[in-house]
Every structure is written in structure tokens, then in C-alpha cells.
Design a protein. Structure first.
Ligand code: AMP
Length: 203
């Protein structure tokens, strides 16, 4: 998705996974929440986002991936920036469980594969950069189901919160083996209709 735009994608999950590798008290705290599939507390995540948005790279706009996940985070965001659109991916729960539990990610470049639906040419090796593929510790069926419960409880209410305030662009997935490009094309079509300042970069 990021490569279709001339702007960075900021994933709070990626930032937290990097931070969790450190040997600090904060890293230990982050690991505890992430390894249970729970949300990292707002206080920590909001501070991380604030610092990230202050960086030069996000001056021309950005895509937020995995943020906001609570009402507190949504309200904090309003103090930092404008929100032009919300991309809502609608995927049935059984597909999410199947796809996430067979997801693999490149350690070096972050490219995403799936050992059932989007296989790399050589098992365990990234097609793009030759890096090693790994499985996230929270991509087990048990933790995926826990993360979905957390979503229902803490994140789903944001749909109501944003309705009528910020335009939604939706992508609906009903089949398990739909390639990611199809969803991306659908989202770009939806974004174009909004006439955002990004329009020229969407081709
Ligand atoms: P993700 O990579 O977006 O699937 O996030 C993986 C995990 O990182 C989540 O299950 C949470 O533990 C944590 N996380 C990522 N983004 C947030 C956020 N905005 N608020 C709280 N926790 C987050």
C-alpha cells in the first residue's frame, strides 16, 4: 500500500515490536502486553505517535496503520494532526484467523507472505531481498482470537465515533485467497473519490 503513495506508513505495531527488543523497563512492559494480545497502554502509545509525527518524514502526510485503537488515542490524534480518511478493512473472523496464523514476515524488509495463499518462491526466504521470514509470536490462533476480542471491546466503538466526522473507505473481503493487490486497488479507488490532497500521487 505504502509504495502506491509518496508518503510513509506508520505502524505502531512495528514501532512497538522494535522497542520491545530493548533491555529496558519500558520494553519489558511493552512485551508483557503484546505477548498476551492486549493493547499497550494509551499513555505509552500516544507518546510514541507524537514523537513519530514530529519527524520530518511525515510532513507531507502519512498512513497510520494500527492507530488509533481506543477512544483515548483517537482524541489524542486530534491534537496532533488532521484525519482525512479512514480505511476500514472488513474481513470475516474465520478468514482473519486462517490468514494471520499462516502469515510470515521478512525480518529484513518487512514484506508480508502467507504460507498458504501468498507463498515465497523459496520456503522461508523473502523473494524481494533474500531476508529470512519469521512468524510473529502473536500470530497463533489463540492470540489472534484474543486480539479480536480486544478489537471488539476497545476498537470497534471507534466506527461510531468517526461516523459522520471522517469519510470511510471500505474494502470487503469475502474470499480467503484474494490477493492483497485487489484490496489495495479497491481502497485507492475509494480514496480517489474523496479528492484528497494526495490525489495526484494516486495515479
Ligand atoms: P499490530 O502489528 O498492529 O497487529 O499490533 C500488534 C500489537 O502491538 C497489538 O496486539 C498491541 O499489543 C500492540 N499495538 C499496536 N498498535 C497499538 C495501539 N495503537 N495501541 C495499543 N497497542 C498497540
Amino acid at each position: 500500500m505504502q509504495s502506491k503513495f509518496d508518503i510513509p506508513a506508520i505502524s505502531t505495531g512495528d514501532i512497538l515490536r522494535e522497542m520491545a527488543k530493548e533491555e529496558t523497563q519500558l520494553a519489558k512492559e511493552i512485551r508483557e502486553f503484546m505477548s498476551k494480545g492486549e493493547l499497550v497502554p494509551d499513555k505509552i502509545v500516544i507518546e510514541i505517535l507524537k514523537e513519530k509525527l514530529a519527524e520530518d518524514v511525515s510532513k507531507n502526510g502519512f498512513i497510520l496503520d494500527g492507530y488509533p485503537r481506543t477512544l483515548g488515542q483517537a482524541k489524542a490524534l486530534e491534537n496532533f494532526t488532521r484525519n482525512d480518511a479512514i480505511i476500514r478493512l472488513r474481513v470475516p473472523e474465520w478468514i482473519l484467523v486462517e490468514r494471520l496464523s499462516s502469515r510470515r514476515i521478512c525480518k529484513a524488509c518487512g514484506a508480508v507472505y502467507n504460507i498458504r495463499f501468498l507463498k515465497p518462491k523459496n520456503p522461508g526466504i523473502c523473494d524481494k531481498c533474500g531476508g529470512q521470514l519469521y512468524q510473529r509470536i502473536d500470530d497463533t490462533p489463540k492470540l489472534i482470537k484474543e486480539r479480536l476480542k480486544v478489537y471488539e471491546r476497545q476498537t470497534r466503538p471507534l466506527i461510531e465515533y468517526y461516523k459522520g466526522k471522517v469519510p470511510f473507505v471500505e474494502s470487503n473481503t469475502e474470499k480467503i485467497d484474494i490477493p492483497p493487490d485487489i484490496a489495495v486497488a479497491e481502497i485507492i479507488k475509494g480514496l480517489k473519490k474523496l479528492n484528497l490532497p494526495l490525489k495526484g500521487k494516486l495515479g
